[in-house]
Design a protein around this ligand. Structure first.
Ligand code: B12
Length: 473
């Protein structure tokens, strides 16, 4: 039997959808599975003990979604808690432990070393985990397990990440308690594809999901929407990096939802790039039930957009916002302030621009989480070599360790960059500020206003719920 454990305890809770997909493929392979979900309980210690007193798994699989909250003001780091959970499990079972999940995949080796697990799988879990079980039951040829990290004679070995193609996933969504997550988290996730073929200098998505778009068949995706609707889950968040990359696939998904006339039954939100987008896609999305779009705007300064390696221009942001509003979809624009070369003038340009477009809300994120193996790592290493460390912001001392929350904020923004941004926002309530409180706080990590609103019946994307609260302040 395979035990699958969800360790994500952040609230409002987000369902571990990866475990639903993995469970579906394990069941098809004839493997028995049991779930220990630590995301919906207060008494984790008691639940872990109870689980292992009743179950003796051949392998314990742990999903690790967030390595930290990626939010500069709090810089909350979850890897020590993961280690603590693993240590606790070790006292209750001798079964081998395998780690997976997006937070794990971004860092893989350092997390495996730090947390002391036996195995790790970098990338997709559906095929790799089944192959690991086969190898543990048989000849232990670990080289055959895609994405596997394993220990041998005190060395950690690594196979290339697991990004199988074509991508086909189970549609049942019945392993995790999705209705409970819906009630406490206000929405549930679904993927239409995996991977991202862009190379934004800061982004970790290609590390965990691959650099190629792996598209799911639209029929399969809409079967899955139907399964969630059958469970009473009718507000969804698309879990792709950017829904409109590829444009044609986004259209095909919407067309299939519309062919089955589900647009009135389901409401959904998504992340999107400001381009490619046009009125045809906007209309099709709105008809298919899309009620909110969160655009990766990043900046309105041409030079900053090129530095970030973005493909869009500020005009695309303005046009895309307009298209959404014309089609009745709420809009959030995410800014990423403080990257290499950012100055008070470029921040001003971006914030002033954001005020002129008709977005419902604007996320003013300040500080770039520096991930290993991205362009930002190389850039920062070079800067340190030249003796420039003022742009690196961290709350730990000692050598630079990117596993721990480490951020980049251009030193040109001065000693108090958050105040600079706040002054420029100047009380405009549409903005989520870099460090705020309650409903103006754009950190979903234990956000009490959000938790309360969902308890009181609010449903939707977190930004949309916060935006409604903001309006009523
Ligand atoms: C959609 C999304 C959101 C939505 C979620 C909506 C929803 N209802 O699901 C919202 C907007 C709410 C959100 C919020 C946050 N998010 Co978010 N989010 C994403 C996104 C785009 C997709 C995540 C997802 O569900 N993927 C699909 C599932 C199926 O993939 P998966 O979990 O990785 O599972 C697969 C594999 O990892 C593996 N696997 C998983 N578990 C296991 C277990 C074992 C044993 C094995 C072997 C394999 C395995 O197999 C699975 C199937 O192949 C990712 C980036 C990305 N492109 O992936 C960021 C991402 C996960 N989010 C991130 C962050 C930081 C957050 C927040 C903390 C932000 C904040 N401060 O508020 C919150 C956390 C909320 C919470 N309670 O956990 C970061 C985490 C990075 C880090 N440093 O750890 C990411 C990576 C974005 C980024 N690059 O910065 N997020």
């Amino acid at each position: 039997m395979l035990a699958l454990i969800n360790t994500n305890r952040m609230s409002p809770p987000i369902a571990p959808i990866g475990l639903d997909y993995i469970a579906s493929s394990a069941r098809k392979a004839g493997i028995d599975i049991e779930l220990l979900d630590l995301g919906l309980t207060e008494n984790t210690e008691g639940l872990i003990k109870e689980f292992f007193s009743k179950n003796d798994p051949e392998l314990v699989g742990i999903t690790f979604r967030n390595a930290d909250d990626c939010f500069w003001p709090s810089a909350d780091w979850f890897v020590p808690k993961l280690k603590q959970t693993i240590d606790e499990i070790r006292t209750l079972t001798k079964s081998p432990i395998v780690l997976g999940g997006i937070g794990f995949s971004i860092f893989a080796r350092p997390i495996l070393e730090y947390a002391g697990a036996d195995f790790g799988i970098c990338g997709d879990g559906e095929i790799a985990l089944i192959e690991l079980i086969r190898q543990l039951r048989g000849s232990k040829e670990f080289k055959r397990v895609p994405g596997l990290l394993w220990r041998d004679e005190n060395k950690i070995h690594e196979n290339p990440p697991s990004w199988p193609e074509p991508l086909s996933l189970g549609t049942e969504r019945n392993f995790v308690d999705n209705p409970a997550y819906f009630k406490r988290g206000g929405q549930c996730g679904i993927e239409t594809k995996r991977g991202c073929n862009r190379n934004c200098i800061y982004c970790a998505d290609p590390l965990a999901k691959g650099t190629k778009l792996r598209l799911r068949n639209p029929y399969e995706v809409v079967d899955e929407i139907q399964s969630l609707l059958n469970q009473g889950v009718n507000v969804l968040h698309i879990c792709d990096s950017e829904f409109n990359l590829s444009y044609n696939h986004a259209m095909d998904i919407c067309i299939e939802i519309n062919n089955r006339s589900l647009g009135e039954k389901v409401s959904w939100y998504t992340y999107m790039s400001p381009a490619p987008f046009n009125s045809v896609l906007a209309q099709e999305m709105a008809k298919a039930g899309c009620i909110g779009v969160d655009f990766t705007g990043d900046s309105a300064n041409e030079s900053m957009l090129r530095t970030y390696n973005q493909h869009h221009k500020k005009e695309n942001i303005a046009t895309s916002v307009k298209l959404c509003k014309e089609n009745g979809m709420a809009v959030m624009v995410d800014l990423l302030l403080g990257g290499p070369g950012e100055t008070p003038e470029t921040v001003k340009e971006t914030i002033e621009f954001a005020k002129t477009i008709d977005a419902d809300c604007i996320g003013a994120t300040l500080g770039m989480r520096i991930y290993p193996r991205t362009f930002m790592e190389k850039y920062v290493t070079e800067q340190l070599y030249r003796g420039n460390h003022n742009s690196i912001r961290r709350k730990y001392t000692g050598p630079l360790n990117l596993l721990m929350p480490t951020f980049y904020i251009s030193e040109q923004l001065g000693e108090k960059p958050a105040e600079l941004v706040k002054d420029l926002i100047n009380g405009d309530k549409r903005f989520f500020e870099p460090s705020g409180e309650d409903a103006t706080d754009y950190n979903y990590n234990d956000n009490t206003s959000l938790i309360k609103a969902i308890e009181n019946g609010a449903r939707g994307a977190f930004w949309h719920i916060l935006n409604q609260l903001n309006k009523n302040l």
